[in-house]
Design a protein around this ligand. Structure first.
Ligand SMILES: Nc1ncnc2c1ncn2[C@@H]1O[C@H](COP(=O)(O)OP(=O)(O)OP(=O)(O)O)[C@@H](O)[C@H]1O
Length: 258
């Protein structure tokens, strides 16, 4: 279980302070697919990046399985990060390495033996459905195939938590559906907890069990997705639901967290 308590994060640029997170409280249970939605600038990426401490919070606690990760020393953080993987909108693959090497990379870093790496890479490529692509370079792959490589790489060291940063935003609708189906299957078969941030309502609707809505650095509503969607309270969620139904609305889309 992940419990976020009164989490705050500000950025100071040229003397201007931006409060990206203004005291976030959230519980994410083991095995949930938890979606965080909000307009651009609401603080979603900052919150997600705090979960693996790519961003260091200014204040607050992030308790994962009973331990506050914000208090971890370097060694503890290294251990923790083996349990938390991340995938990205633009895949972040190593462009000069083929598929096999991309997936083998985290296993090499973890110090595994060659035989194990070989077996594990093939197993992972099979899980994500691209076992015939191991010798290809990223530039020869479609967006969906690239994201499958990224997912295989993310799963290499058996993480418990997968963070998804707009993981399907660069994909067409059919490929998005296939990648979401894969994520859902991994959630079910591996018991993987998935935390995802997105602008896309269909993504949340399709795979999330729970949802939190952010506005200007705050969580304005959260809960079981079906219940939250049935009676939306925030302006953001009402607008998102309207736009999902294809209604024409005028969004103040670049909402900054000042
Ligand atoms: N590294 C940074 N330096 C300065 N300001 C930042 C930095 N990262 C984020 N911010 C600011 O913090 C606020 C929240 O940004 P964040 O990227 O977390 O929002 P978001 O909801 O993920 O937006 P988007 O959907 O556009 O990625 C914004 O006002 C943004 O400009």
């Amino acid at each position: 279980m992940i419990e976020i308590k009164d989490l705050k994060k500000s950025y100071l640029i040229n003397g201007n302070k931006t409060e990206a997170l203004k005291g976030i409280n959230l519980k994410i249970e083991k095995g949930q697919v938890f979606g965080i939605i909000g307009k651009s600038g609401a603080g979603k990426s900052t919150l997600l990046r705090c979960l693996n401490l790519l961003e260091t919070p200014d204040e607050g606690e992030i308790i994962v399985e009973g331990r506050d990760i914000t208090k971890f020393n370097k060694r503890e953080l290294r251990e923790y990060r083996k349990n938390v993987s991340m995938i990205f909108q633009h895949f972040n693959l190593l462009s000069n390495s083929n598929v096999y090497k991309n997936v083998a990379f985290p296993l090499e870093i973890a110090g595994h033996k060659r035989d194990y790496i070989d077996k594990r890479v093939r197993e992972l490529l099979k899980i994500v459905g691209i076992e015939d692509k191991e010798k290809e370079y990223p530039s020869n792959l479609s967006g969906g195939q690239k994201q499958r490589v990224a997912i295989a790489r993310a799963l290499a060291n058996n993480p418990k938590i997968l963070l998804c940063d707009e993981a399907t935003s660069a994909l067409d609708p059919l490929t998005t559906k296939q990648i979401l189906d894969l994520l859902l299957e991994l959630n079910k078969t591996l018991g993987l907890t998935i935390v995802l941030i997105t602008h896309e309502m269909d993504v949340v609707d399709r795979i999330c069990s729970n949802v939190a809505v952010m506005e200007k650095g705050e969580i304005v509503e959260e809960g079981i997705k079906d219940e939250v969607f049935k009676s939306p309270k925030s302006k953001t969620l009402r607008q998102f639901l309207q736009s999902q139904k294809g209604e024409v609305i005028y969004l103040d889309f670049k909402e900054r967290a000042i």
